[in-house]
Design a protein around this ligand. Structure first.
Ligand SMILES: CCCC(=O)SCCNC(=O)CCNC(=O)[C@H](O)C(C)(C)COP(=O)(O)OP(=O)(O)OC[C@H]1O[C@@H](n2cnc3c(N)ncnc32)[C@H](O)[C@@H]1OP(=O)(O)O
Length: 313
């Protein structure tokens, strides 16, 4: 609750009120589209246009562990996003939003490479500014909802992440780069700037100086440079052919498990407080943190920890 002097104090809430607060928090955070009809955006119209450019798919595998795998699958075009894949992506994000037990997500490309951005055939066909704007709003909505999911996400980058593919990596909480991989915002070479929200997110990840260098120079970010500027959160070795080595996906699952270990409501709460800290003005972020705190305080995991007199050595 916001006091008149602008400071924040806690308030006692009944379970019903708490549930309602949480609902509005979820609504603000996870279904948070950037564009709606008030911005002249008609998702149905652009969905129909995008469906006219088929090919490939976005595949979602939800696992019992609470960690899902999202695969960008269009290998004959280096996993470029066809129009129908953009619509697919939106649908998969909706499925993840309604998954109550979610804890983590790995976003990967099929067949040894991440994603080469927009399908250039579709780009050529909708190169007029009006359609470009609509596609841009559609993808910003989908990727913003992806980033705001109440789970911890990681982009597993093998091979190349170019253009829109580079932008997609920034819609995840973390990025793991396989040896030999490259993230490159090639937009400048295409006479473009990012349009799927990649520039805004990149600035928040690596700072404005580094973002300007990466976009202005269309710099190839390899694992070493990625670690240096904070675009990469870890580097994975591509396994040799010999038996027994973990696949890149297994390595990514192991890496992610340090953050997704534990009960889903607690992991989801962690993401929500970090997300609100990142996106909201301080007073609003503090109120959100209080609301989220209320959902875990006295909850099963909290009571169990108190009963076990745990020590944090
Ligand atoms: C707001 C969004 C902005 C954007 O995303 S704009 C798009 C930015 N991306 C690009 O410009 C990528 C262009 N492609 C390339 O640079 C190269 O194809 C790439 C990915 C480095 C791979 O090079 P190579 O290993 O030599 O393989 P290749 O060129 O023979 O490609 C294999 C097949 O994949 C196709 N492909 C690759 N990227 C594509 C794309 N983005 N859209 C449509 N088709 C694409 C390529 O045309 C080729 O097909 P085909 O075998 O000739 O039929």
């Amino acid at each position: 609750m916001l006091r008149q002097d602008g400071t924040v104090c806690s308030e006692a809430t009944t379970p019903g009120v708490q549930q309602q607060q949480l609902w509005s928090l979820d609504k603000r955070q996870s279904s948070g589209c950037v564009y709606s009809s008030t911005h002249g955006f008609n998702p149905e119209e652009i969905r129909e246009k995008l469906q006219a450019f088929p090919g490939g798919s976005i595949d979602l595998l939800k696992q019992e562990s609470g960690v899902a795998v999202l695969t960008i699958n269009n290998p004959s075009r280096m996993n470029a996003f066809s129009g129908s894949m953009m619509v697919d992506l939106e649908e998969r994000v909706s499925q993840l939003e309604s998954w109550t037990d979610c804890k983590g997500l790995i976003v990967q490309g099929a067949a040894g490479t991440f994603c080469s951005g927009s399908d250039l055939n579709a780009v050529r066909a909708i190169s007029n500014p009006q359609d470009g704007m609509k596609m841009c709003m559609f993808m910003q909505n989908a990727l913003t909802r992806l980033l705001r999911l109440p789970l911890i996400s990681v982009a597993l980058v093998e091979g190349r992440a170019l253009g829109g593919g580079a932008e997609l990596t920034t819609a995840c909480d973390f990025r793991l780069l396989a040896s030999g991989s490259v993230i490159q915002f090639v937009h400048k070479h295409m006479g473009l700037v990012p349009g799927w929200g990649g520039a805004a997110r990149l600035v928040r990840i690596v700072g404005s100086q580094n973002a300007l260098k990466l976009l202005g120079g269309a710099v190839k970010v390899d694992p070493g440079l990625g670690l240096q500027i904070g675009l990469a959160d870890g580097v994975l070795e591509v396994p040799q052919a010999e038996e027994g080595a973990d696949t890149l996906l297994q390595q990514a699952e192991n890496w992610l498990s340090q953050y997704t270990k534990g009960p889903a409501p607690v992991i989801q709460a962690v993401k929500k407080v970090v997300l609100s800290g990142r996106e909201l003005p301080l007073s609003e972020a503090l109120r959100t943190e209080k609301d989220v705190f209320g959902t875990v305080w006295g909850g099963p995991a909290n009571l169990q920890a108190l009963a076990s007199k745990s020590k944090h050595k």
